[in-house]
Design a protein around this ligand. Structure first.
Ligand SMILES: [Zn+2]
Length: 713
């Protein structure tokens, strides 16, 4: 079967032969895919994932989708494109009610608090949403209910009575995260009713092994209840066609989507037995709400409706391009479930792109809110005030575009010191200082261009097309390198022309060099604007550049001769080792605290008889010599005076003590342990050690020094 999807005669046409494997049938779909040059869309609707309003935000959130979305939107704005940028907080769902329960607050109090915390963190980091809404808004409730009703009335749902888990002690049905158990897929404990976070499998509560209620800890019982299901299986062919039409999607996204389709989609409940959320707009549905993943994506639309009166075209017109920026854990909802909802509804366009990122780790470990293993944005700003762009820069340079990435403080320091300070900061600072000092802070006149300058102009002029291409393909790491290349070229230009030396011999020539440098600074301020908006603004203010427009790249006369300049001062400061070490220490402290909090006292061993105990000959002795064992990291060779003689005892304590520091200590040892040969030496006894909470060992010693050989009973 061949399907021709020829939309319009457009340039840049690419052909793909597509095979969709659907169990035994192979369907070959011949797709002519058109790589839309962006100009063929009249407008772009950019959304960034709705985050649960149940906690503050960290670098993983920023790197996952908000930073790439912001870079992309800022770029489109610089190109004077019609673009809107929509996001907000997801204020429904079980994670909210669980947080409320933990904090002894109402769900409304929790979301009211965190909405403002999250919104201001994003604003602090320059994430330039056109609207940052909330799903608890009445406008959103109304729109979600209307959406649901349209599907209901046109017979798109399947009503089904199913057996759901019910907590008899709490008197409540257990939706999603109110139930935990062992994952049927990876067998690990702690999987939730909707997902196993260990292996990523999406689950339904009935699939969990050994299910337990998180409300009371009791084993739940099954009870019948009515819910409304979207028969995703019926939408599978249409979804396959939709996905096949987007071979340009990132491989981490299409890979996940294809594996879902290969498994075969199943009907999914769009309602829940829960008392927090958007009420179902049908009679006799008390105690039931819309599934959070039904109403959340509608939030993008309801928020847009509050942004501007002509909002509908951003969602309904075929010439609108919808781009969802999300993290990898949200792929299925944005590529299959929400599109199926939109197809069933009929009024809304499907997303053209879903550029999902993988995860950002921290110092080699998964970022975790519950373990407090994170760099929180509000804490970062307390420790590094005014340094938003440094974090934006280092996170973008590491962007987890195709695989998980790892943020480390040392890497953060290196990027700041050897790129932002040494290249960008150095270039700009030199230009401004020299003009301040020699030209009364006014742009000096330019002279005839040298070959070097002409070559440099050519090199700079090649950058925008490459940069646009990288951004249009969501390659933000590559794009950042290209944008920084302008600063790199500027820095190189000053290093080679040395205007500070020229001043003494040819001030006119020095002025011309600095004029050229100022034009390059203007280029830097535009090319880096999407990535470093705070720095870009400082530069434009310094240059008196009012407008910021992509088309100015290539104009080497954009700053006029005689234009007064305002030196912005140092753009970046060198970060010292001690500053970075403080952050590393803070994380390590967190790790130790979390480990201690979760470590429990070991269980008691089996009972022994007094006779058995009396067989042990425990005594005091003094360590009179100690040395490291060659070829062993663990063992120390101790010589212990036991009152009669000195005996050799090998002890696995080398990682906790330096031999010279333990000589003279009176310790407890088991004297009648059968001698044992280790590393060629015979050990005659065992030193008794106590293990601390942190795993460190220490000696058991009498309160005052006693005689060696004293027996212990
Ligand atoms: Zn699992």
């Amino acid at each position: 079967m061949y399907t021709f999807d020829l939309i319009n005669a457009m340039p840049d046409v690419k052909f793909y032969l597509y095979f969709l494997s659907n169990r035994s049938n192979f369907i070959a779909i011949f797709v002519i895919h058109l790589f839309y040059p962006m100009s063929n869309f009249s407008r772009t609707t950019v959304t960034a994932a709705l985050i649960y309003a149940n906690g503050p935000i960290h670098i993983g959130h920023l790197a996952g989708c908000y930073l790439p979305a912001d870079i992309y939107v800022r770029f489109l704005r610089l190109k004077k494109k019609d673009v809107i940028f929509v996001s907000g907080t997801d204020e429904h769902g079980v994670p909210i009610t669980i947080k409320a329960q933990k904090e002894g607050k109402t769900p409304q109090e929790v979301v009211d608090h965190y909405y403002h915390v999250i919104k201001s963190s994003f604003a602090d980091f320059g994430i330039s949403f056109d609207i940052y809404g909330r799903t608890s808004d009445p406008v959103h409730h109304q729109m979600s209910q209307d959406f649901f009703l349209k599907l209901y009335e046109s017979g798109k749902f399947v009503e089904e009575i199913t057996q759901q888990f019910y907590d008899e002690e709490a008197g409540q049905f257990l939706a999603d995260r109110y139930i935990v158990g062992d994952c049927p897929s990876c067998k690990q404990p702690g999987a939730y009713g909707d997902q196993c976070e260990k292996c990523g499998t999406t689950l339904s509560p009935n699939e969990l092994l050994n299910p337990k209620s998180t409300l009371s800890g009791s084993s739940p019982v099954l009870k019948p209840t009515k819910n409304w299901f979207l028969p995703l299986d019926q939408w599978q062919p249409a979804l396959e066609k939709y996905i096949a039409g987007h071979p340009e999607w990132k491989s981490n996204v299409s890979g996940q989507v294809k594996s879902w389709l290969q498994e075969g989609l199943r009907p999914r409940a769009m309602t829940r037995d829960l008392n927090w959320g958007v009420p179902i707009p049908l009679p006799d549905t008390e105690g039931k709400v819309l599934y959070v993943w039904f109403d959340a994506p509608i939030g993008y639309i309801s928020m847009t409706s509050q942004l501007r009166p002509d909002w509908e075209k951003y969602w309904k017109s075929e010439d609108s391009r919808i781009v969802h920026f999300i993290g990898k854990d949200n792929i299925v909802f944005h590529t299959l479930i929400f599109p199926a909802m939109c197809m069933a509804h009929g009024d809304f366009q499907l997303a053209d792109q879903v550029p999902a990122n993988e995860f950002m780790n921290l110092e080699g470990d998964k970022i975790s809110t519950s373990r407090n293993w994170a760099v929180w944005l509000h804490e970062y700003l307390q420790d590094f005030p005014g340094k938003q762009d440094v974090l934006r820069y280092s996170l973008t340079a590491l962007s987890p575009e195709s695989k998980d990435a790892d943020f480390t403080w040392t890497d953060f320091q290196t990027k700041n010191n050897s790129e932002l300070v040494a290249i960008l900061g150095n270039f700009v600072n030199r230009a401004f200082v020299l003009i301040d000092k020699n030209f009364e802070s006014k742009v000096p006149p330019k002279g005839e261009l040298t070959t070097f300058e002409k070559d440099l102009m050519e090199a700079v002029n090649e950058i925008p097309a490459k940069l646009e291409n990288a951004l249009e393909h969501y390659k933000f790491r590559d794009a950042l390198v290209l944008a920084m290349e302008v600063a790199r070229l500027g820095n190189k230009y000053l290093a080679e022309t040395e205007p500070w030396k020229l001043m003494k011999v040819d001030p006119l020539k020095a002025g011309s060099v600095l004029n050229f440098a100022v034009q390059l600074v203007a280029h830097v301020s535009i090319a880096l604007e999407p990535f470093l908006p705070f720095t870009s603004l400082k530069l434009r203010n310094a240059l008196g550049l009012k407008d910021c427009d992509w088309s100015m790249i290539g104009n080497f006369n954009c700053i006029s001769e005689g234009q007064p300049l305002m030196n912005p001062g140092l753009l970046f400061e060198k970060m010292e080792d001690v500053t970075i070490q403080t952050q590393i220490d803070k994380l390590n402290k967190t790790k130790v605290e979390m480990e201690l909090a979760t470590k429990s006292v070991p269980a008691q061993k089996d009972i022994v008889s007094y006779d058995d105990f009396a067989k042990l000959d425990l005594r005091l002795g003094t360590i009179i010599a100690a040395e490291k064992m060659e070829k062993s990291k663990k063992l120390l060779k101790l010589t212990v005076n036991d009152g009669f003689r000195s005996r050799t005892i090998l002890s696995g304590i080398a990682e906790f003590f330096d031999p010279e520091n333990i000589i003279g200590k009176q310790v407890t040892f088991l004297a009648n342990l059968a001698p044992r040969k280790m590393m060629g030496l015979e050990s005659e006894g065992m030193i008794l050690m106590a293990e601390g909470q942190d795993g460190k060992l220490d000696f058991l010693m009498p309160g005052v020094k006693m005689w060696d050989g004293a027996s212990i009973s």
